[in-house]
Design a protein around this ligand. Structure first.
Ligand SMILES: [Zn+2]
Length: 278
């Protein structure tokens, strides 16, 4: 009996190791993207600060009422997808949700992957590994513990390896979309709802939702990115990147060090976000 328990335990441990590697999960293809506030057209909200390469890497959405009038307002998934990160990252970010989307790119007619990131949330209403549909509540607009006036910081990433370590990646269109421009250009998409595979646990510097283990055949053959992450070479590559970086805990800055002085509260956001990546 003990011997059986031993092997069962060993099996469970081995399964966990498999789950920590890049894998895949099934997801619905996006049928289009909507704005994450005032759905579907951002009615009642405006972009206080937009996307600027090598500057602000997302859009800051504010309620028309200004100040904290939008505190706790609903934030919606901009499209169908899989929640790959949902946690309090603290530092300049606070509560963050990252949703991974697959969509049929109208230009190339191939499945592409993007991550949408929702930051500074007052509360989070989704879990890692959860499937979401377009317009589903992911959280509420927040201030990140009073660090900013309430607003939503939204990013749309082409590169699904970034995670919470932006400083390791070029801060330009090679890795990011301009969120407003991207959503505007992708309101309606072909093949929406079709089930496809998305790579999981792809962040080069953080663990995230690992997903069920998958074989290479789970991926659509046309998607080069999926192939890359599914290949054993890519798995070794990611493992060695993590090893080079070391596995020590991330240093979390106490909130007291996040000075409120200097500039507007939005300029402060930028510096905190940059600091948070180190
Ligand atoms: Zn921002």
């Amino acid at each position: 009996m003990l011997r059986i328990a031993f092997w069962v335990l060993l099996g469970l441990i081995a399964t966990n190791f498999v789950a920590a590697k890049p894998g895949a999960a099934r997801v619905r293809l996006a049928d289009g993207f909507d704005f994450p506030v005032g759905k579907p057209d951002a009615q009642g909200y405006y972009i206080y600060r937009g996307f600027r390469p090598n500057g602000h890497l997302g859009d800051d959405w504010n309620g028309n009422g200004g100040g904290n009038s939008d505190l706790k307002d609903p934030v919606y998934a901009m499209g169908h997808g899989l929640v790959v990160l949902s946690r309090d990252v603290r530092k300049g970010w606070g509560n963050c949700v990252i949703v991974r989307h697959a969509y049929n790119d109208p230009k190339t007619r191939k499945v592409q992957y993007i991550d949408s990131l929702y930051a500074h949330l007052d509360f989070i209403s989704v879990k890692e590994g959860q499937q979401v549909t377009k317009g589903q509540l992911v959280g509420g607009i927040g201030t990140n513990r009073g660090m900013y006036d309430a607003h939503l910081h939204l990013e749309v990433r082409k590169n699904i390896a970034i995670g919470m370590n932006r400083m390791q990646f070029a801060r330009d269109f090679s890795n990011y979309h301009d969120p407003k421009a991207f959503i505007t250009a992708h309101r309606k998409l072909a093949d929406g709802g079709k089930i496809v595979a998305v790579p999981t646990n792809t962040f080069a510097y953080d663990q995230n939702f690992a997903g069920p283990s998958a074989t290479r055949t789970d991926f659509p053959a046309s998607n080069a990115l999926a192939d890359r992450y599914a290949s054993s070479a890519a798995q070794r590559d990611l493992a060695s990147q993590r090893a080079r970086r070391g596995t020590g805990p991330t240093v979390i800055m106490p909130l007291a060090e996040n000075s409120r002085s200097g500039g507007t509260r939005y300029m402060l956001e930028r510096s905190e976000e940059e600091r948070s990546d180190r």
